[in-house]
Design a protein around this ligand. Structure first.
Ligand SMILES: [Zn+2]
Length: 349
């Protein structure tokens, strides 16, 4: 099966939902279930810790690798293959025989795809490798909304690399001292500035003025560096500052997402993570990059085509991962009757 692009989040959601389903129906094939779990553990470690792309070589495993994860000795390839074969078949058979029930469960969990174990085939005598992949579930997804034919579906295809000194910023779970620092630091610095003002200004003494100016300048400088992290408080997504990215990573996004953890009040614990959204332009097929909008799109993130950056422009919604054309007066926008009224009322778009 051709595996060109997989959304990391969708792969993880589908994997977790599938495991949950198999456990809830008390699937009896314990070894096959463990194979699936181990493949997931290894794949997501490679994807999230080592910035590998799902389906690429680093996320493909041969039967010897998989056997070793289940404490089998690394024997000859033939023996490993024969051992693995019935376990893979057990999962594939289950999916095939229970497709309707499984798909319905996945849809309820908001997944658009079902999890499959794909393989590279043993072309040219090379050893067969196995990897996790996705197949579309018809009618899947959290919401069914009529979309224009040239909409874009964004994907997180790879976690961007960071400069080594900023590696700890790749994912920050906002709990304990981290949330206190995140919220407390700007508050403390701001209160410090106000107190300094209240102390210095009544003195009417020029000697203290340089200290006030210096402190204010430092605060403004700090804010310029860190404001993308605080834009997340109400926007949940922002462009990652370029100082934390290696030179060859042109752009990435910061996203504040809910985790499975819960606070005392029941609200989800959130985490800040670094991601890079992308997609393929539905008009010309070129790569789409998510950037900060300018001019009429100021204040929002948009998807911009690599080949036609002024005409092929799309909205960006990091929750639905869907974007629609923003240029109503482009040839593809005019023909889009579903959005005709919107564009008539917004002639600037
Ligand atoms: Zn394009």
């Amino acid at each position: 099966m051709e595996n060109l692009s997989i959304d990391i989040d969708e792969l993880k959601s589908s994997y977790e939902a599938t495991l949950k389903h198999l456990k809830s129906v008390k699937w009896t094939k314990k070894t096959a279930l463990t194979v699936l779990e181990k493949m997931g553990d290894q794949t997501f470690e490679n994807v999230f810790e080592h910035q590998c792309v799902p389906g690429d070589e680093a996320c493909q495993y041969d039967s010897c690798d998989i056997g070793m994860w289940l404490d089998r000795k690394r024997g000859d390839a033939e023996a490993s293959r024969n051992w693995l074969k019935p376990h893979l078949k057990a999962y594939r058979d289950y999916v095939e025989q229970n497709k309707d029930e499984l798909d319905e469960y996945l849809r309820q969990q908001g997944c658009k795809h079902r999890l499959v174990i794909d393989d590279t085939g043993s072309r040219g005598g090379e050893r067969n490798h196995y990897y996790l992949s996705l197949q579309e579930v018809l009618g899947g997804g959290a919401k069914s909304i009529d979309l224009p034919s040239c909409h874009i579906e964004y994907q997180v295809r790879q976690i961007p690399k960071l400069l080594p000194c900023f590696e700890w910023m790749r994912r920050i779970d906002l709990e304990g001292w981290k949330i206190r620092t995140y919220l407390g630091a700007p508050l403390t610095l701001g209160v410090g500035w106000v107190l300094l003002m209240l102390w210095v200004l009544p003195l009417n003494n020029d000697q203290h003025l340089p200290a006030l100016v210096l402190y204010s300048t430092i605060l403004v400088g700090l804010w310029i560096f860190v404001h993308p992290f605080y834009d997340l408080v109400n926007r949940r997504v922002s462009m990652a500052p370029s100082w934390m990215l290696p030179f060859k990573v042109l752009s990435a996004q910061l996203e504040m997402v809910p985790t499975d953890g819960r606070k005392v009040n029941g609200a989800p614990i959130r985490s800040i993570r670094l991601v890079r959204y992308g997609g393929d332009c539905p008009i010309c097929g070129a790569p789409i990059a998510v950037i900060s909008g300018t001019r009429e799109f100021r204040g929002r993130l948009i998807g911009q085509c690599n080949e036609s950056g002024t005409e092929h422009v799309f909205s960006f919604d990091h929750v639905s991962k869907i974007g629609v054309p923003l240029r109503g007066n482009a040839y593809y926008g005019i023909s889009n009757k579903q959005f005709g009224n919107y564009y008539r009322d917004h002639p600037d778009c």
